[in-house]
Design a protein around this ligand. Structure first.
Ligand code: GLV
Ligand code: GLV
Length: 322
């Protein structure tokens, strides 16, 4: 008999068809993320789980699944929704989807940076609502990238690709903060490693693309925003949990920093009455970093391949090792 797999969301048909060649597949087909009680009910006795970043996979889920669960593959690069230690302890393999989404996410990060610094949404709104009276010398101005210092927090695949793209905008300097050195990549790109406080103090643009771990939680807190330039633009396309969001609201309200562009926040979706929506100097996107058509399809396929390889006891294309 084929191994059984539960998919927590409707995904691309190619990915499901590929899985079905090797596995018995059942899926949640409702309009939103799988409700917790549905997940708990359907995971029972399954051999594999194909999940999303909206599914919290903790020991309750693992207990429900039982001893036959062999692999958990998430259709995301981020894995803070997985209790990785608990999963590892139980000998369950994990898969994720780095590489496939690097370019799409870097592209979106740069788009968000430009939308924030050049005030695209605010300007569009002005044009549509009669605020555009005449061309004006200083109206709708924002900081330009040329000759600026760009700071990248998290110099992984996505951070490096952002640096490569931003180079074409001719910044004076690209600096990065990363736990490991990444010297070879930095040399190739022409970026310089600094410590966190140096990055905060020197950067005109800060783009945050680090993974959320207990060590990076609330990395951007009140004291971090205070160390930044009052003209700085802050971009986050990683996870909301890296930022103390109340401190960010305060920094934006009181012009401690110039502006922010966020693709991720806490919680998601951000409640409609949240203070961040009231700020003109904040651009908010609904977590669409990897949302390029081809990318999302490929993420589905990679997730399926991860599961199939785990069942065949072959090398998984992207095994998550913690
Ligand atoms: C998106 O946020 C991802 O982790 O893939
Ligand atoms: C992080 O995982 C990255 O790919 O940058």
């Amino acid at each position: 008999t084929k191994p059984s797999v539960y998919i927590t969301r409707e995904v691309n048909k190619d990915a499901v068809d590929l899985l079905k060649e090797h596995c018995d597949v059942t899926s949640w087909t409702g309009p939103g993320p799988v409700p917790r009680d549905e997940l708990l009910k359907n995971i029972e006795n399954k051999n594999g789980l194909f999940c999303m970043l909206t599914d919290k996979i903790d020991s309750t889920v693992l207990d429900k699944a039982g001893k036959n669960l062999k692999v958990i593959a998430t259709m995301s690069v981020g894995f803070d929704h997985l209790d990785t230690q608990e999963i590892k302890k139980r000998g369950i393999k994990m898969g994720y989807t780095p590489d496939t989404l690097t370019d799409a996410t870097a592209e979106l990060s740069v788009a968000l940076l430009l939308a924030t610094s050049r005030r695209l949404l605010e300007a569009n709104q002005e044009a549509r609502t009669g605020g555009w009276k005449a061309w004006s010398p200083f109206w709708m101005c924002g900081p330009g990238l040329k000759d600026s210092t760009v700071g990248i927090v998290g110099f992984g695949r996505i951070g490096q690709q952002i640096a490569r793209i931003l180079k074409s905008f001719k910044p004076k300097r690209i600096i990065y903060y990363n736990r490991s050195e990444r010297l070879r990549e930095a040399q190739e790109i022409g970026a310089h490693r600094v410590n966190f406080d140096e990055l905060l103090a020197q950067s005109d643009f800060i783009t945050l693309v680090a993974s959320l771990t207990p060590e990076t939680k609330n990395l951007f807190d009140e004291s971090a925003f205070k160390k930044m330039k009052s003209t700085a633009v802050f971009i986050n396309t990683s996870r909301g949990g890296l930022v103390d969001q109340d401190a960010l609201v305060n920094a934006l309200q009181n012009k401690i920093i110039w502006g922010a562009g966020l693709d991720v926040m806490t919680p998601e979706p951000l409640p409609l009455d949240h203070a961040l929506y009231k700020l003109k100097n904040c651009v908010i996107l609904p977590h669409i970093g990897s949302a390029a058509v081809e990318t999302r399809n490929e993420m589905g396929l990679v997730t399926a391949r991860n599961i199939i390889a785990a069942f065949k006891e072959e090398k998984m294309p992207y095994e998550l090792i913690v």
